[in-house]
Each structure stands twice: as C-alpha cells, then as structure tokens.
Write a protein that binds this ligand. Structure first.
Ligand SMILES: [Zn+2]
Length: 343
C-alpha cells in the first residue's frame, strides 16, 4: 500500500492511500476548518469523560451543499475536502473536530474538565459516491482495512492518545450528515468507561475466545478460517452482530495477509445483509471497532460491534431505550440470527 502525505491549505493533514502511488497535482481548495474550543468534562456517576464540542453543530451546513465534499474535485469548481481529481482511499482531519492537538485550556466548571486533545479523522472508503462497505470490491475493502491499520499505528504513537476509536455511523437516524461512504476515527486522550470495562474483562479471562469455542451454529452469520461473525447471546440490539478474528490480537495492525482478506470480506458480508434487510431505505447502524487501548495489547481481543438501532417490531422503528439501562432487545435474538442468515 502506498501513502501520500499532503497538507491542506488550512494546515490539516490529508493522507491518500492506494495500491498505486498518488501523484496528481492538487486543485484549488474550498472551505477551511473550524477547530472550535472543545473540552472534556467529567460525569461523576458514570465515571466517564464527556466531550463538549459545541462548534460541531455548525457542520449541518454540509448537508445542504450541492456538491458532496468527499467526492473527487474537478478543475472547474472549488473542491470539497479532497483537492484532487481522483484517489483510491483518503483520510483527513475532521473540519469540525471534537478533539484536536491545538485545543486551548479547558474552561472551569462545576465538575472536573480537561483538554480535549487528540485527533479526529475522516476515512473516505472510495471516490464513488454511491458505493458502500457492502458494494466495494474485495480489493477496495481490504484497502480500507489496511488504512485503518496504518492510522492505528500512527495515532497510537501520539503520547497524549490513550484510545483510538474507529467507527462508522451509517444513516440519518444515527446522525450521519453525508451519504458518501466514509467512517471516522477519534484518537482520544482517555479510555471510555465502556472500553475500560472490556479491558478488565479480557484481563480476567479470554471471554471472546472462550465463547467462540462453543458458538452455536444458529448464531453464526458468516465465518471462515480467520474470522467469525455472530449474534452474541448478550446482544443489546436486535440484529446486533459481532465480527471477531479467531486469533486473539489487539487490532488490525497485527493482522497477517490472510486475516486482512478474511476480515474485510466478512465485514462486507454483514454490511450487505443489513442493506438487504429493509427495502427502499438505508438500514442504519453503528459499526464500532473495539481495539486495545494503550497498555492492554497482551490480553485485549479486537472485535467489531455492529449495533443497528432499529427494531424489527412495528416495521423497524427506532429502539430508544437500550442505552438508558432499561431494556435490551424486545425481539427474539434467535429470530434475528435466522433472518440475517437467510438474507
Ligand atoms: Zn460523494
């Protein structure tokens, strides 16, 4: 894989990844970033940091742009975020970052505050506006996995970064403001409580490997020699699917070639099943890559959680209660697994 490092006119980094070296000349650049003054504040009961990034509300403008800011540019018009006429995959710093390396000191508050130092990046999977993780060909999807691995390596080298969160929020229900296939990366100066809890579980036992050794066929949605996708019996959402490498490893940066191909293929398989689940509309999901936070690489078992917030009851309405500690799923996990396997 080749990487070209480019600095945008407003100082943000842009990385162009591909099988071929990227040598196109840059075009005129469009809008510039709004870094804002984000900060962290402490939730004394959840024992977790929250991010206040008020300037991000202004990114709504992007929805109404006539031209997609993630599509390649042309010589005739000011470009969006990627000032080139073509690329294979691209990563750049978010125009409205929730955390960034140049943040000011946090304001005082009634709870502890801290600097929202870190990096927010966007990962553009392909130049094709109409594509998705499901429709990319194998080579392109593998490129996305290689890009993630490279970003993990680079971002974990930053001393302030404790956890790198790679994710995709797909669909308007989950706040995705642009439809061009893309995901995000938050390189955070703290480990979210949820990830800390997982780290503790993995330190006590090889929870996922143990479970995978006794997986029931009915729960397995897709598998091959290196990777398994299954509906976990502890699912919190109907149609929740986890994609897990068979070998315990901290993240995609330790995948071998076979594991990259396997992982990419099974991610595409699951995304495709979701696309076929509801006719005529986008099936929204959060795709969350849980990799090892710094210092837990020996025991953490990397996995991907697909969390779709729709319930099949009542014609796929939104599940609104799961994150308030109230309900998990109201439908049968067995039925969800059977539906996903059949589609
Ligand atoms: Zn586009």
């Amino acid at each position: 894989m080749q990487r070209r490092d480019f600095t945008k006119a407003d100082g943000r980094s842009l990385y162009l990844y591909g099988d071929e070296a990227h040598t196109l000349p840059p075009l005129q650049e469009g809008a510039s970033a709004e870094f804002g003054r984000p900060h962290l504040y402490w939730h004394p009961l959840r024992h977790d940091w929250m991010i206040n990034a008020a300037h991000r509300t202004r990114r709504g403008f992007a929805q109404h742009r006539e031209v997609c800011p993630f599509c390649p540019g042309t010589a005739e018009r000011a470009t969006g975020e990627i000032p080139f006429t073509d690329f294979e995959a691209a990563v750049f710093e978010n125009m409205f970052p929730a955390v960034h390396m140049g943040v000011p000191e946090p304001p005082p508050a009634q709870v502890p505050t801290a600097k929202a130092v870190g990096v927010c990046e966007l990962v553009i999977y392909t130049p094709e506006h109409e594509a998705s993780l499901a429709t990319l060909d194998d080579r392109r999807r593998e490129l996305v996995v290689r890009v993630w691995a490279d970003r993990y390596r680079s971002l974990y080298e930053i001393p302030e970064v404790e956890f790198v969160y790679v994710f995709e929020n797909r669909g308007a229900e989950l706040g995705a403001s642009l439809e061009h296939p893309h995901g995000q990366i938050y390189a955070l100066p703290y480990v979210p409580r949820l990830i800390q809890t997982e780290s503790e579980a993995f330190r006590e036992a090889a929870v996922l490997a143990d479970h995978m050794a006794r997986l029931e066929d009915a729960n397995i949605i897709a598998e091959d020699d290196s990777t398994v996708a299954f509906v976990p019996p502890w699912a919190r959402y109907p149609y929740e699917v986890w994609v897990v490498p068979r070998r315990i490893q901290p993240g995609p940066w330790t995948f071998d070639e076979a594991e990259i191909g396997s992982f990419a293929g099974i991610l595409g398989d699951i995304a495709g099943r979701y696309e076929r689940l509801v006719e005529g509309r986008e099936f929204p999901y959060m795709m969350l890559l849980h990799a090892a936070p710094k210092g837990t690489e020996d025991s953490f078992h990397f996995h991907v959680e697909f969390c779709p917030p729709l319930t099949p009851a009542h014609d796929f309405r939104l599940v609104a209660t799961v994150d308030y500690g109230l309900l998990g799923v109201e439908s049968s996990l067995e039925a969800s697994a059977a539906h996903l396997k059949s589609i």
